[in-house]
Design a protein around this ligand. Structure first.
Ligand SMILES: Nc1ncnc2c1ncn2[C@@H]1O[C@H](COP(=O)(O)OP(=O)(O)OP(=O)(O)O)[C@@H](O)[C@H]1O
Ligand SMILES: [Mg+2]
Length: 301
């Protein structure tokens, strides 16, 4: 695998801590996401156990870990698509349930069929129709306005009316962000939203999400194989490995000692020009290569 070295460009408007934005959070005082004693097992296999996690409104939590460690499953629990084996999962003080308008979701990217007769605008509209507005006549104007605003927020006016299949991966992903945000969710769940994006689009997409959580106090759970593109904006990391996990700020979790313990092998974490490079040996190299994804191979412009 490759271990290139690159420099990191500062994010505009990115402070270490997110500012507090006043907003009606419904169930006042409740964390945006709460997992308590959460365990998820499939048959004999336990993905994680004893998981306690409160995510505050506006907080950005990166979820890292190797393939199969249960990152997507965690999002599915919060989406109400998977039931915990034990423990509880809540969104803004209410039990996780399917179709919750408080939750926006950017699923793992799938290639859009070239022949699909769907425009970006239609995709964003699905995020509105998914819950409260419906397609009633009286809501049409409101719906149109919401969709238009969301398209504007991700800078997608220029291509929102083109067939989705004709757009680049980055353009499609911008529209997926708009779709996830159009319902003004309190919690945004992102499953590898930077996958297959070039560096400029990685920055653009993570910048959009960062701006949103700062301006709207949206809590973000962000599954990623590559922490570097979001390192400047991450408040905490949840690192899952083979049933074990650690939660904390990057400076506490992304260390040689913690990752060596999680992976049960020697792992070195180096900080090089603001980026983290993780180096393991033997099988762990493969595990880290696909999972930690800390092999660095791109340059900030
Ligand atoms: N409904 C299910 N029934 C049985 N096993 C499942 C189910 N859903 C997921 N799994 C298994 O649970 C494990 C974790 O899957 P999950 O998709 O959460 O991993 P992940 O951390 O997102 O991995 P990746 O990095 O590859 O996306 C996998 O081994 C998967 O096969
Ligand atoms: Mg996954």
């Amino acid at each position: 695998m490759t271990y290139g070295l690159t420099k990191v460009a500062p994010y505009p408007n990115s402070e270490a801590k997110h500012p507090v934005v006043e907003r009606d959070t419904g169930n006042a005082g409740a964390p945006a996401v709460n997992l308590a004693g959460a365990r998820l097992s499939f048959g004999d296999r336990t993905l994680w156990d004893g998981l306690d996690l409160d995510v505050a409104p506006g907080e950005f939590v990166a979820v890292l870990g190797p393939n199969g460690s249960g990152k997507t499953s965690l999002l599915k629990v919060l989406l109400g698509q998977l039931a915990l084996t034990s423990g509880t999962a809540q969104i803004a003080g209410a039990d996780a349930r399917a179709g919750n308008a408080d939750v926006g979701y950017i699923p793992q990217q799938k290639a859009v069929d070239d022949g699909l007769p769907l425009r970006g605008r239609d995709l964003v509209g699905l995020g509105v129709d998914g819950h409260k507005w419906g397609i009633g006549f009286r809501n049409r104007a409101k719906r149109h306005k919401l969709v238009d605003q969301a398209i504007g927020q991700v800078g997608a006016y220029a291509f929102a009316d083109a067939p989705l299949g004709s757009l680049s991966g980055g353009e499609q992903q911008r529209l997926r962000v708009a779709q996830a945000l159009v319902g003004d969710p309190k919690v945004l769940l992102c499953d590898e939203p930077l996958l297959s994006l070039d560096l400029a689009n990685q920055r653009l997409v993570s910048g959009l999400i960062d701006r949103r959580r700062r301006t709207h106090n949206t809590a973000v759970l962000f599954v990623t194989h590559e922490i570097n593109p979001v390192l400047p904006i991450v408040d905490r990391v949840l690192y899952l490995v083979d049933g074990q996990f650690r939660i904390g700020p990057p400076s506490e979790v992304m260390t040689s000692a913690v990752l060596s313990e999680l992976y049960q092998t020697d792992v070195d974490v180096l900080k090089v020009r603001g980026r983290l490079v993780v180096i393991g040996t033997g099988d762990a190299v493969d595990a880290l290569g696909s999972a930690g994804g800390h092999h660095v191979h791109e340059d900030w412009a």
